[in-house]
Design a protein around this ligand. Sequence first.
Ligand SMILES: [Zn+2]
Length: 436
Amino acid sequence: MSSIVQRLRTEMLARDTGKDVLLQGADYRTLREYNHLLVLNSVRLQGPAARVALAQQTGLSKTTVSSIIDQLLQDSLVTEGDFIDAPATGGRRPILVHFNEDLGLVLGIEVGYTSLTLITTNLTGQVKSVWNEPFDFTTPPHTCLAMLSAAIRIFMARSELQWDHILGIGVGISAPIDSRTRSILFPLGEHSWEGIDIAATLSQQFEVPVYVDNNANLAAVSEGRYGVGVPFSDFVYITINQGIGCGLIRNQQIYRGAMGAAGEIGHLQLLDDGPLCICGKRGCLETLANNSAIIADASLGKSLARVAPKARVSPQLADTEDLDINDVIHAAEAGDMSARLALQQAGRYIGAAVAMMINILNPEVVILEGATVRTGRYLLEAVQEESARHTLPVIWPATKMITGQLGDLAVALGAATVVIDAAFALTPSAPLADYP
Ligand SMILES: [Zn+2]
């Protein structure tokens, strides 16, 4: 096993369980180690740089940076190669220091309502392998976790991966996660997840660090790190599928709130007497504008009946039992009035909720993701019009609304990214002033 992957894993597990473990070799809790991470993270996040540039980026002296780089080279955490193209101003040309992104791999997983996505990435989040399979998240928790473990084992075997090379596992789940207990805050189906620490269960089985978070939070991390969110440090990310979720990024970090339930936009109650929601209330946004609601509206012609009481739903939508959201989107684009009105109605509900988020949080940008915003225009246009109508006039012109870029891999990639960030987290617990 790569000794450095092992060392990072031990450190992550120790920090995760709150155990006070003194590691062999480097002690991550001193300023010396903090400085190592400062230099390493500079190369990891800002790209290859010469030693002198790293001294400028970190504020450390050139001598300190040089001795740190020597140590990082010994640990294989960085490599040196490639000269800078610019002509040197005398003396030898500086060599670039690179983060060794292929030192280990990370497993990123999205647990959706009906499907699993498993990916591996290297340590800069480059996707190396992808696997999808059907899943049923409404089964009892222990069945769910057993199916998830089995899928992980099969994925590892199929991809010919060794656990020795895996730094950790990140899991994104389509439900709010209690950040204190790492369990699901309320059930997706009829089964309670209370007391089930998903991360600990998987970590014990596979003997690697495991991080669990809400799917929208992790997709927001992805878009912020690799996608359309890169230029922004404060944004709201909203995913519209079977669930309607939201990730809040404040100062480039996930904002979770006291319990982990911050940003639950899908459970904003818009109608007192609306349909019953999985959270126990009635008329939540999710029940009014998720994919099932749109499909039902389009095929039953509910919005159509309000506009044109005598109009009939077209046979292609009315008589199909296994209609999916893409059928509705394509029908709308092809001119079907019932499909178009259903998407517009859902868009207006979402727009009203988005305006509340904008008024409260004043983000730089709102990123929207989901089949209904990725393809077709009707839902997105309605979201824009309705949120413009409800947002404070002084804020609206300064708020951008864009669609996500990373699509189906966003959650799994965010899950992998959280593991990588945990491995290189700058969290010294010793006072920094004690460095000689
Ligand atoms: Zn609800």
